[in-house]
Write a new protein. Structure first.
Ligand code: MRU
Length: 367
């Protein structure tokens, strides 16, 4: 269950600290009720927390990636319904105003299915009051914590059965660790599991342009635990794989559709293509809350387009010439044929080798 906190901001910890214990978010009761978010835009320089107690502030935090990563967005959405209820009580909102606020939260980012699901799961209890909504959000968090541990063990087993080199060299893209989830991580959870089993040589961390989730967040999480890693530019992926420096690639997902297509951070498709060419297994790790059986394929998913300034500037300084335009999709679609395994806490499918059976097997995992 998520910790209720009125604790002061924890001090930053150095190498050796357990980064898997870092929390992206938690419900806070003091100094006033609200959602306490670790500001991921300030990492790795500063470990700062923001107390969010209005829907406007939470939508802004979601859009600016103060809180990010599909499972963390799901939890933020669920607690966000409590934020909306409390704000509505304070401000005297009618039912229509409350519903509009919850809808704004549900759609604040369109691609990660977890956000809409988290909001819906909690909103189903809105009529029972804030305590019931918080209990629903707590349940979602508890399930995500459990799911990450289970899928990490399953994914590590699969990888060890399919690779021969020891210790392993793993490539990952974006950040899928403790800060992207509610604890531990998905793809980075598998990395943690491999490290704990003593079979991990090093992690090759893609920087993940344009917002550098790999450089800023994944390297931060790995560094705190003393897990060996190197950061490389996204453009080095193909070369690293072609030069035989990678034994397996493990990434997360914002949505996996019924056929096994995987929507994830822009650049993931390039990783998968290079893996296929190099004969390197490409693994997607995602909790069941990220599997979207209602959507047939990746082409049907709305991919978020983000502001061009994220591409045209670096660290707040404009790098592109005046007049340059940018195309900035936040995610890409990796077709199922390139995905060797999708690992969930309910089981694992192998879309690349079982294209016909993938949807049926995934449906079979559903309750
Ligand atoms: O734009 P972001 O940083 O929210 O994108 C995050 C990703 O693409 C992650 O790989 C995905 O959400 C899985 S996080 C466990």
């Amino acid at each position: 269950m998520i910790r209720r906190t009125d604790a002061p901001v924890p001090p930053a910890a150095g190498a050796g600290a357990d980064a898997s214990a870092v929390r992206a978010l938690e419900w806070s009761v003091a100094p006033r009720p609200g959602l306490r978010l670790l500001d991921q835009t300030a990492l790795p320089d500063r470990e700062e927390y923001r107390l969010v107690d209005t829907v406007d502030a939470l939508v802004d935090a979601v859009v600016r990636l103060v809180v990010r990563g599909a499972p963390a967005l799901g939890a933020a959405g669920a607690y966000g319904v409590a934020v909306a209820l409390l704000e509505g009580e304070r401000e005297g909102w009618d039912a229509a105003r409350l519903a509009a606020a919850i809808e704004r939260l549900r759609t604040a980012r369109p691609t990660a299915v977890n956000l809409a699901r988290g909001v819906q799961a909690a909103a189903a209890h809105a009529g029972e009051g804030v305590a019931a909504v918080l209990a629903a959000a707590d349940r979602l968090v508890a399930e995500d914590v459990r799911a990450n541990r289970v899928l990490s063990a399953l994914g590590a087993d699969w990888i060890l059965a399919r690779t021969s080199r020891r210790p392993l060299r793993v490539l990952t893209h974006c950040n899928t660790g403790a800060v992207a989830t509610t604890a531990w991580g998905t793809a980075l959870g598998i990395v943690r599991e491999l490290h704990a089993r003593g079979v991990l040589a090093e992690v090759r961390v893609n920087e993940t342009r344009p917002l550098l989730q790999g450089t800023r967040l994944t390297a931060w999480e790995l560094g705190r635990e003393g897990i060996p890693h190197v950061v490389q530019v996204d453009g080095a992926t193909a070369s690293s794989i072609a030069r035989g420096l990678v034994d397996v690639a493990v990434v997360g997902a914002d949505r996996v559709t019924a056929n096994g297509d995987t929507v994830n951070k822009i650049g993931t498709l390039g990783v998968a293509l290079a893996c296929r060419d190099g004969g390197v297994p490409f693994v997607v790790a995602a909790p069941w809350t990220t599997i979207d059986l209602a959507t047939p394929d990746g082409a049907s998913v709305h991919v978020e387009q983000r502001p061009g300034e994220e591409v045209l500037a670096l660290g707040g300084r404009r790098t592109a010439p005046a007049g340059a335009r940018a195309d900035n999709p936040a995610f890409d679609v990796t077709p199922a044929r390139l995905v060797d395994a999708v690992v969930t806490e309910r089981g694992l499918v192998e879309p690349a080798t079982d294209p016909a059976g993938t949807a049926a097997r995934l449906h079979g995992f559903a309750p």
